[in-house]
Design a protein around this ligand. Structure first.
Ligand code: F6R
Ligand code: MG
Ligand code: MG
Length: 382
């Protein structure tokens, strides 16, 4: 039986009026390139979206994960978009492109990717989550809730097909060589949370049903780690299959109702709520955010995409957005103070080393009593 691969490959190659939104002409270039790739039989089908300033290429094919032809297609599309963005002087043109030459796989070259290969079920609903102004660990909390928390996912308790739990593949994204660990819910749940709570270091890579059926795949590319210096946030994507022995679509979406706090936002150096928003609100404005996530629902049908439906475009998520904005407002009053601002080791921009250097000679091992500046107080009232 032929297996279908769903590849979501994304990059920030330039955005309008700052880091706000992908310009329409870049979306058009991407549609044109992918349409030609369908004619050339490189891919079967595609959909182009944007998560704020990130261009998202959603593609189906029969070539498996890490396929050179498919990755090259994404790379060439990003290069074509970058070229035009540079000509048009679009802001941060080519931001996530770390090299001039393609080396066989898009991983480690700047763009992010989540891929999943499976034998299609009788009917295969999927949700694709795409976030802006945050990092891969942003999915730890919602996906733990979806696949391991019975207070979120009723099916874990009342559907015998989900009752055995799920296997999580967790990645340490700070190591130079890939490091993955397999943990099972419910039995390893507490140990799993010890890792997943450290969202900047341990991220979910994939989730499987106990019989091996793949249920979720997340991009874990850590851009600034790859680049060795700050060049943008990772703005991760996640693919989640739903129903028939997996959490229902409503249980998958329920995991995103909290607007939990994530790292990112302004200059990749703050915490903020992850707002679940409709496509029309997929643009980051206030303080370059707040961080947000869109969700598109598709049916995968004989290697093709049917849809999408804009899953967070629903009044049912208004309360989450409202709560998120209240949290955002509260956090912003902290200005440069931690924990609203990240710990200096986790900041994408920091002036601290420069400040310490500047004041190096003014540090003392004794408490300093100011000698006082020469100011004339003779006119004062006393
Ligand atoms: C965060 C992000 C923005 C920029 C900020 C400063 O991921 O992209 O918040 O960090 O707007 O941008 P530059 O350094 O381009 O002026
Ligand atoms: Mg940007
Ligand atoms: Mg972005």
């Amino acid at each position: 039986m032929v297996e279908t691969t769903l590849s979501v490959i994304k990059a920030d190659i330039g955005s309008l009026a700052g880091h706000v939104v992908v310009p329409d002409f870049i979306m058009e270039i991407a549609r044109k390139e992918l349409k030609e790739a369908v004619q050339q039989k490189i891919i079967n089908d595609f959909y182009v979206a944007n998560a704020g300033d990130d261009l998202e290429l959603i593609m189906t094919h029969f070539k498996g994960e890490n396929n050179e032809e498919v990755h090259k297609l994404a790379w060439d599309t990003f290069m074509k978009g970058t070229k035009k963005a540079r000509e048009m002087k679009i802001y941060a043109a080519g931001q996530d492109i770390l090299s001039d030459t393609f080396s066989g796989n898009i991983r480690g070259m700047g763009p992010g990717s989540a891929e999943m290969t499976f034998t299609e079920r009788k009917s295969d609903p999927v949700a694709i989550f795409m976030a802006d102004k945050t990092e891969p660990g942003a999915y730890n909390y919602p996906l733990f809730r979806v696949f391991a928390d019975p207070f979120n996912t009723a099916g874990l308790v009342i559907d015998p097909n989900l009752n055995q739990g799920f296997t999580f593949i967790i990645q340490d994204i700070k190591t130079d060589v890939p490091a993955f660990v397999e943990m099972k819910a419910p039995e390893d749940m507490y140990d799993m949370l010890a890792l997943l709570g450290s969202t900047g270091r341990y991220t979910i890579k994939k989730i499987y049903r106990r019989d091996g059926l793949v249920a979720a795949s997340i991009s874990t590319d850590k851009l600034h780690h790859v680049a060795g210096k700050y060049i943008g946030k990772d703005d991760p994507v996640a693919i989640v299959r739903a129903h028939s022995g997996l959490p229902a679509m409503g249980e998958v979406l329920e995991g995103f109702t909290l607007p939990h706090l994530v790292s990112g936002w302004m200059r990749g150096s703050h915490i903020g709520p992850l707002l679940p928003v409709a496509m029309k609100d997929s643009r980051c404005t206030r303080f370059d955010g707040p961080p947000r996530v869109i969700a598109l629902g598709f049916q995968i049908s004989n290697g093709m995409l049917v849809g999408p439906i804009d899953l967070f475009d629903d009044i049912a998520f208004d309360i989450s957005r409202q709560r998120g904005m209240e949290a955002a407002d509260y956090l912003r009053r902290h200005g440069p103070f931690m924990p609203a601002r990240l710990h200096d080791q986790d900041m994408e921009y920091t002036s601290l080393p420069g400040v310490l250097k500047k004041f190096k000679d003014r540090f003392s091992d004794k408490e300093i009593v100011p000698t006082g500046d020469a100011v004339d107080h003779s006119d004062s009232a006393e």
